[in-house]
Design a protein around this ligand. Structure first.
Ligand code: GLN
Length: 307
């Protein structure tokens, strides 16, 4: 397949197939501001290494990025402090739901991986400690990589997350008791909720993830991560990016991927392209039903995969 492949025909075929899916799941309702999203929406974008983007459906509609942002905060912290982060957070699949508390006490306040909520809270605490404005730094990074200065935090979603944030607060306080969260918990939670509530489209997020396909190189040609670090982030996405469904996602899609409860999923074909798909209906593990199906169809139809 040539490097300048036109992905539009395959995207159009996938959108048509998605239109016939019998069950598209339900939007997340534990964050009330997300509950009214329409599961009928579907968008998908593919960005090549030069930043050329192909899209279908609602690919330019902003949605709540949620846990997709955990990939970018991880990358920013690895760029700042490298290996030291791994003393505070593991890199094994948890086999538990993304907001579970159950392993934390057995494992002395060290979360299994950076993509479950506990792990992401540790990463955001590090970003806040090292740079002083975790959510702001993340937003600037996403704006720069997507080329979209209009990206913003949805303050209504922030308020909704804070009002229903007892579980995340419990995780943060519990880890603070082990010394694994070092900054003030209320500040951490504010930045974490702001981070999750950033809105971006499939086009924006496919572009923003480009450094993972370019082995660590940012959109402007500068280096964020070493080649080895980019490989590590992709590996953790493959093994942990879709929580307790990561095995099934790897089986069906065969790419590093990261989902969010807004219904988005990003995926990476290293050395080739990045993808973002969005449809708000989720399965019981918090992954977009149409999103996983669309990525499954993409790798099946194109043969692009890491395997
Ligand atoms: N903001 C959500 C939460 O903290 C993010 C979870 C997700 O997207 N899986 O619960």
């Amino acid at each position: 397949m040539s490097q300048d492949q036109d992905f539009r025909p395959v995207l159009e075929q996938i959108a048509e197939e998605i239109g016939t899916l019998p069950d598209r799941g339900r939007p997340a309702d534990y964050i009330p501001a997300l509950a009214c999203a329409d599961p009928g929406r579907f968008g998908m974008a593919v960005a090549d290494l030069d930043g050329h983007v192909y899209g279908v459906g609602d690919w330019r509609t902003p949605f709540s990025a949620q846990s997709i942002t955990k990939v970018f905060t991880l990358a920013l912290v690895l760029a700042k402090e490298g290996e030291a982060l791994w003393d505070r957070v593991g890199r094994e699949p948890s086999g538990n739901p993304f907001n579970s508390l159950v392993q934390l006490e057995y494992e002395n306040g060290i979360p299994r991986n950076p993509f479950i909520n506990a792990g992401a809270l540790v990463v955001t605490d590090r970003l806040q400690t090292l740079g002083g404005d975790a959510a702001g730094e993340l937003l600037s990074f996403l704006r720069a990589e997507s080329g979209n200065p209009g990206l913003a935090v949805n303050t209504e979603v922030v308020a909704s997350e804070s009002a229903h944030g007892d579980r995340n607060a419990a995780l943060a306080h519990f880890m603070a008791s082990y010394g694994n969260v070092t900054g003030p918990v209320p500040v951490l939670l504010e930045h974490y909720f702001r981070q999750c509530s950033i809105e971006a489209s499939c086009e924006d997020l496919a572009l923003a993830a480009g450094f993972l396909a370019r082995h660590g190189i940012r959109a402007d040609g500068s280096r964020l991560l070493s080649r080895s670090q980019a490989k590590q982030v992709n590996a953790v996405m493959l093994t942990c990016g879709t929580y307790d469904a990561a095995g099934d996602f790897a089986y069906r899609v065969g790419l590093p991927g990261k989902s969010g409860v807004g219904g988005g999923i990003i995926a990476v074909v290293p050395g080739r392209c990045t993808l973002c798909v969005w449809s708000p209906g989720l399965d019981r593990r918090g992954n977009s039903v149409a999103g996983v199906t669309a990525l499954d169809r993409f790798t099946t139809l194109t043969g692009l995969s890491v395997f």
